[in-house]
Design a protein around this ligand. Structure first.
Ligand code: BEZ
Length: 271
């Protein structure tokens, strides 16, 4: 096993545990998922990064938003569970390294922790929140957007049905955590944060390609549970089931995204 890399103050960053079956091919991601960072851009306004601030980008993916935070003059570190995504982020010139956001070991050294479209891959939210709190200086902020309750509900249902027809319980392989506002607010408060704002909203999103491309990019954990000879059929059945609701008259596809967005603060007196 590779030796763990060192944290900002020499403490080890824990070994990485990406979602089982979900691989991040950075070229496929750029082709099928560029909208994720594009739609995340207005979250940067909520972050309001200032020159000289030290900022942690949690689940930085291919680093497109990390680079924008750096362009605002902040000193930003991106972390992600995927080595392929970290390699892509480094190609943009940002400081980035692989790490498990569910086992952060930073000292209180960041002015802000930012996260776009990553927290819903982390099924141990209390561990994430505790690590973020430790990583923040007193008064530091946690600004994030993730999938909210009901996110990609139609897609999840159709995938679940295709797996069930093969005797597979999709719930056992589901890598996603889409909390309600009440759930995540409660966890943030229990974790020692003051929640300044938190809300959810629908964001129906037109895809750059076909539903099958989206499934291949994001639903790898479900597909990995299926016999390789059956995967094409599962993709085709899922897309066929979704066609009446998620395919537009012009042939484009959309996905039923719901976002959960919040701004929470570690109290100034907190350690
Ligand atoms: C999301 O950003 O909401 C999302 C991404 C991948 C899979 C499911 C949801």
């Amino acid at each position: 096993m590779r030796a763990p890399s060192q944290g900002a103050r020499g403490r080890p960053i824990n070994a990485v545990a990406p979602s089982a079956g979900q691989d991040w091919d950075s070229e496929r991601y750029a082709r099928n998922a560029r909208f994720v960072s594009t739609l995340g851009e207005d979250l940067l306004a909520l972050l309001d990064a200032r020159p000289g601030e030290r900022i942690l980008d949690l689940g930085c993916g291919d680093g497109v938003l990390t680079a924008k935070i750096a362009a605002a003059g902040a000193n930003v570190l991106g972390i992600d569970a995927s080595a392929a995504q970290i390699a892509a982020a480094r190609r943009l010139g940002v400081e980035a390294r692989t790490a498990d956001a569910q086992a952060l070991s930073f000292d209180p050294e960041f002015d802000a922790v930012f996260s776009n479209a990553a927290l819903h891959w982390m099924k141990q939210p209390d561990a994430v929140i505790a690590g973020v709190r430790r990583a923040l200086r007193p008064g530091g902020r946690f600004v994030a957007e993730m999938g909210g309750h009901g996110n990609v509900g139609a897609v999840r249902t159709a995938l679940g049905a295709a797996l069930a027809r093969r005797g597979i319980d999709a719930g056992l392989h589901d890598p996603w955590y889409f909390p309600t506002v009440e759930d995540y607010r409660g966890r943030l408060q229990a974790g020692g944060f003051v929640v300044e704002t938190i809300s959810d909203f629908a964001r129906p999103t037109v895809l750059p390609g076909a539903m099958v491309d989206w499934l291949e990019t994001f639903a790898g954990a479900f597909l990995a549970a299926v016999n390789p000879n059956e995967r094409r059929a599962v993709l085709a059945e899922t897309a066929a089931a979704l066609e009446p609701s998620l395919k537009n008259a012009d042939g484009s596809w959309w996905v039923d995204y719901v976002r959960l967005r919040f701004h929470a603060v570690k109290p100034a007196g907190g350690s």
